[in-house]
Design a protein around this ligand. Structure first.
Ligand code: MV4
Length: 479
């Protein structure tokens, strides 16, 4: 059950009188909190950090103009603690809250409370967040906007009978997904009718446990897809552009490992059609601020809407590198009520960018490796950007996500970007904890990766030391 809060509305002069934000609270931690603070500094906006008891020594606390402790280490009691975050915002008298990614970024409830408190939530309206959070409703909205979706259930499933009829129409394999899901939880691939009943039951139970909502739906399952997402930027006056795509196919257990822009497989024509679909959809749903449309691309390069993310994303820097946009700056100006100020034809994509996510993890076993960083050196030089909140002597706490840095490179071509990433990773030193740097170095040398030939199954093949492409070929020639 949701709690209700007694909220004291702000005197509206702070909001209506001055259009510009004087002070922003960053409801996040780690590299993204620092990333947001950097742009605020460039814009002359004061910043307020919030932090847990475990994050007193964090860089975001040091770089912000003010810092407020909002609770104990576990995020449920601090970074997800809405009353604590709102209290901090009221005490610091901020004009706006930037939620970053994760934590409260896609909580329509949090956005609604911000709206009620007259604190601008830097993101879309709460009802739009709510719409996109319901994957069944999002599919319906996309269909209405003319965005391609996979054949599937028009509503949440009511019965096994209904699912069986739909699956027969769609044709196997199908995939069962959670309406409240995303990120892979509560998903089941079903290859034959005999498996359907069990899949519906387990998917629904998993969804109920994870999201307190057991609603499920089905759609056609795409084998060996690529995950390609389109960055959109929309203002509150109906202007919208896309900033091209990010190739996010390389992931392990629904955790992205590295991303790049542009995708090695998109043609200018396909980019334009996917971008156009995303922009049309944004205008249709009244979307404002930065957003991302996730698409599946099948082996015949047909694209299908998967989900929309209503926040800034971890991988936004690759888009910033190839477009020279500052996405956080855009978000803030849009939230202040400005017009976008540029049109689609002003968006140019130059060169190639790659981002490697550096996690405090054992790269062999993928288990977290928190602890004290005893030596730390960051790469630099032409075309290298590092987004991080780590430093020598910093202790990576065990309570949060294990990502400690993002190494982003930009070069004229994909081949040069790969070479640049290799040398950047080789110059990077993180001692005292294990990291995924060695894994990324191996990926940079992988033949399939270098050829741009991979699907969401890439890491399974890579870890089994079986090249995906050869494997795909041998399977098809065996038929
Ligand atoms: C799919 C799919 C194939 N067909 N839907 C994974 C996370 C969630 N957002 C949706 N996911 C998928 N949905 C249909 N109809 C394959 C995946 C999928 C996947 C998607 C993107 C990146 C990596 C993935 C890994 C496994 C499965």
């Amino acid at each position: 059950m949701q709690k209700t809060y007694k909220l004291v509305p702000k005197s509206s002069s702070a909001m209506q009188g001055t259009r510009r934000f004087r002070k922003i609270l960053i409801a996040n931690r780690g590299e993204i909190a620092c990333r947001i603070i950097w742009t605020c500094k460039e814009m002359g906006i004061r910043t307020v950090a919030v932090h847990s008891e475990a994050d007193r020594d964090s860089l975001h606390v040091r770089f912000a103009d003010e810092a407020i402790c909002i609770g104990p280490a576990p995020s449920a009691q601090s970074y997800l603690n809405i009353p604590a975050v709102i209290s901090a915002a009221e005490i610091a008298n901020v004009d706006a809250i930037h939620p970053g990614y994760g934590f409260l970024a896609e909580s329509s409830y949090f956005a609604e409370i911000c709206e009620a408190c007259n604190i601008k939530f830097i993101g879309p309206r709460s009802d739009v967040i709510r719409l996109m959070g319901d994957k069944v409703e999002a599919r319906r909205a996309m269909k209405e906007a003319g965005v391609p979706i996979l054949p599937g259930s028009p509503e949440s499933l009511e019965s096994e009978d209904e699912a069986r009829r739909l699956a027969r129409d769609i044709g196997y394999p199908v995939i069962v997904k959670a309406a409240a899901g995303g990120g892979g939880r509560g998903m089941r691939i079903v290859r034959a009718e005999s498996e359907l009943g069990h899949a519906l039951e387990t998917a629904s139970n998993e969804a109920e446990a994870a999201f307190k909502n057991g609603d499920i739906y089905i759609e056609r399952y795409i084998e060996r897809p690529r995950h390609i997402e389109i960055q959109v930027m929309a203002d509150e006056h109906g202007n919208c552009v896309h900033l091209g795509e990010r190739e996010c196919t390389i992931q392990r257990r629904h955790q992205k490992l590295l991303e790049e822009a542009p995708s090695p497989v998109l043609t200018p024509d396909l980019r334009e059609r996917m971008g156009e679909a995303a922009v049309t959809a944004c205008k249709r749903i009244g979307y404002a601020n930065a957003g991302t449309f996730e698409f599946l691309l099948d082996e015949d390069k047909r694209f299908y809407f998967m989900e929309m993310n209503t926040r800034i994303q971890v991988e936004h820097p690759v888009t910033e590198m190839v477009t020279l946009a500052d996405i956080v700056r855009n978000q803030i100006r849009i939230a202040e009520g400005d017009e976008l100020g540029y049109a689609q034809e002003d968006v140019l994509i130059v060169g190639h960018a790659i981002e490697c996510r550096i996690n405090a993890e054992d790269p062999e076993r993928f288990v977290p490796s928190p602890g004290k960083i005893t030596a730390f050196n960051l790469p630099g030089g032409p075309g290298v950007r590092v987004d991080t909140a780590a430093y020598e002597g910093y202790t990576v706490p065990p309570f949060y996500d294990s990502m400690i840095a993002k190494v982003i490179v930009h070069a004229r071509t994909r081949e040069l970007a790969i070479a640049r990433m290799r040398r950047a990773l080789e110059a990077m030193v993180v001692e005292g904890i294990k990291t995924t740097i060695p894994l990324h170095l191996k990926i940079m040398d992988d033949a399939n990766f270098r050829a741009g030939e991979f699907s969401t199954k890439f890491m399974e093949h890579f870890l089994a030391k079986k090249p995906e492409r050869e494997n795909v070929r041998s399977i098809s020639s065996a038929r």
